[in-house]
Design a protein around this ligand. Structure first.
Ligand code: ATP
Ligand code: MG
Length: 581
């Protein structure tokens, strides 16, 4: 790809290329890294990927694609006790789903254990690393604070020979967990606490998901991460802001060893309102049963969003829109919904479902008659085709589309009022039948046979258009309506003694029994659709032969406001769009 083209693609709608892409362009212009661009997405396989990771995936794979480079998928699997193969598999699936393409470049930090060990011996031989007998707690104590320098360990000045011998015996399993560590010999009075002789290796007699029991010492994340990037020839090591202080250590490790040195660039973490994006908290939600699993459609995990019906294209658009900032900020959840709506608006067929049914009997329609209406699946896009929708004497309409006592400007159904049934007929309500509790149980209506197809026979105006399904043909379905998982904008904002769990929204899931037009029952799990006037929905994998299940991906609210301007048929839909239940 030509440079200017890359610049265009990388451009943020209003501000031009972001600071990361601008720096990469500079590096290319100056011939640094021979003009190569090589990035990586480096998850720790200790949880499922979430919205925050989407930002990193889009950045790393996006940059590689735009500059004609490559992006590796690398599992930073240095912690044997928290990592599982289940996570590796889910990460692969999620990255692929988002459009990440790593070809044969799937790497594991654990593949480098032997090389990392050799580097550690080299550091020892250079007098730049030593084996320490202090306990973890003592090391913490000796480290000092931001305002106070640390103290040197009494074991800091062991000879190279003794260090080498001890380190080899650590590897051979002669010591217990925590008995010794290997530390870098840097500077105990450095203003950067990270530089105060950080631990490079610790003893863990634990089985690793890939290396099994081959090792009982494991390299620390910081030591492993920078060397893995170096080994892979990564040019631009993009990471989040919390690693700013670690950069000095990475530089020290790479320069002391004299190995290839990637350029690290930090960017802001993504935070989203009404959401937590910490793996620890997400694990807690799953383990304690606050949600139904990692892929619960209320979760901000990629598998949760996917199950909810969020298309990867919308997520990529979201990541483009939020841009790359150097300072932390919080993005509105509604921004994500906006992107989802926008994509679904153009890419999903529109069919009819009634979520809170009320029966309508059309008194002047023949008892046994069934008409099949051929209805377009999208009002503007012919490519969605059409489907047959049965119409008969008994129908369901949305309870919210009827009012016994209509407010002013209510254009839907009420006693004596006339309304258009989408693509079918005009009907007039003659009587509302109430049950013992005073609730409407049935509407007795008449239709105008001359209004077939929903066309006015004589120019008379009917403002309201409502959706419907034929009662005897309707397919019952379970519909899951989701709200925010958390009731407050910042769930991490908790009062004294509280936890983020106190901010859970008790009404984040409402399940209703709806009625679908027959064509909807034909959809496959994962298919996305608009239920006319109600929102976008996705067929769930919990569906059975007899009971389809649909997740509401997002409401229509914003889309409908736009449509209303275009069409005089629509009215009052905001109430419905806000969610019928
Ligand atoms: P957590 O802090 O929740 O445990 P993590 O950052 O440790 O998450 P990793 O598996 O190490 O999770 O993340 C892989 C990559 O994704 C890293 O490069 C990390 O910087 C990036 N990443 C993680 N969370 C976010 C976020 N909220 N916004 C942007 N990038 C993120
Ligand atoms: Mg991390």
């Amino acid at each position: 790809m030509e440079e200017h083209e890359a610049a265009n693609n990388a451009a943020h709608p209003t501000t031009g290329p972001d600071f990361i892409r601008a720096r990469i362009m500079d590096d290319r212009a100056s011939g640094r890294f021979d003009g190569r661009v090589h990035t990586r997405f480096p998850p720790e396989p200790n949880g499922y990927l979430h919205l925050g990771h989407a930002k990193s995936i889009c950045l790393n794979f996006g940059v590689a694609r735009e500059f004609g480079g490559q992006c590796n998928l690398r599992f930073d699997d240095t912690n044997p006790t928290k990592e599982e193969t289940e996570y590796v598999e889910s990460i692969r699936e999620d990255v692929r789903w988002l459009g990440g393409e790593w070809e044969d470049r799937e790497f594991y930090a654990s593949d480098y254990f032997e090389q990392l060990y050799a580097y550690a011996e080299r550091l020892i031989q250079m007098g730049k690393a030593y084996v320490d007998d202090l306990s973890a707690e003592e090391i913490r104590e000796y480290r000092g604070t931001l305002t106070q320098p640390g103290r040197e360990s009494p074991w800091r000045n062991r000879s190279v020979e003794e260090n080498l011998d001890l380190f080899r015996r650590m590897r051979a399993g002669e010591f217990a967990d925590g008995e010794k560590v290997l530390r870098a010999k840097i500077d105990m009075s450095s203003p950067n606490v990270v530089m105060r002789d950080p631990t490079l290796y610790r003893i863990r007699h634990a089985e690793h998901h890939r290396t099994g029991n081959a090792w009982c010492i494991y390299p620390m994340y910081d030591y492993t991460h920078c060397l893995s990037d170096s080994i892979e020839g990564v040019t631009h090591s993009l990471c989040t802001l919390e690693f700013v202080n670690n950069r000095e250590l990475y530089d020290w490790v790479l320069d002391t060893l004299g190995v290839y040195h990637p350029q690290q660039i930090e960017f802001a973490r993504l935070n989203v309102t009404y959401t937590v994006l910490s793996k620890r908290k997400l694990i807690q939600l799953v383990r304690e049963g606050h949600v139904k699993g990692w892929d619960d459609p209320r979760m901000p995990t990629l598998c949760g969003l996917r199950r909810r019906g969020v298309p990867p294209e919308a997520l990529r658009e979201f990541c483009t829109r939020i841009g790359m900032a150097r300072a932390d900020s919080i993005v509105e959840y509604s921004m994500l919904e906006f992107c989802v709506r926008e994509w679904l608006n153009d890419h999903t067929p529109r069919l009819m479902a009634v979520l809170d049914p009320i029966k309508v009997v059309i008194e002047n329609y023949p008892e046994d008659q069934v008409e099949m209406f051929d209805m377009p699946c999208h009002p503007e896009e012919a490519s969605f085709g059409s489907r047959k929708v049965p119409f008969s004497r008994e129908l369901y309409i949305e309870r919210d589309d009827f009012r016994l006592e209509p407010p002013k400007k209510y254009h839907r159904l009420s006693p004596g009022a006339e309304v258009r049934l989408r693509y079918a007929y005009f009907i007039t309500c003659r009587e509302a039948v109430l049950d013992k509790t005073g609730r409407v149980s049935e509407l007795r209506c008449t239709y105008d046979p001359e209004s077939r197809g929903g066309q006015s026979p004589d120019g008379r105006k009917v403002k309201g258009t409502i959706h419907w399904v034929s009662a005897s043909h309707a397919v019952p379905a379970e519909i899951r309506l989701y709200g925010q998982l958390f009731a407050v904008e910042n769930p991490n904002d908790v009062s004294e003694g509280g936890t983020f769990l106190d901010n859970l929204n008790p009404d984040s899931l409402t399940v209703v029994r709806g009625m679908l037009e027959p064509a909807l029952a034909q959809l496959k799990s994962g298919d996305r659709v608009q239920f006319e006037r109600l929102g976008y929905f996705c067929k769930d994998s919990d569906s059975t032969e007899t009971l389809p299940v649909f997740n509401r991906t997002v409401t229509l609210r914003d889309t409908w406001a736009k449509l209303e301007k275009r069409s005089t048929q629509a009215s009052g839909h905001d109430l419905l769009a806000a969610g019928v239940a």
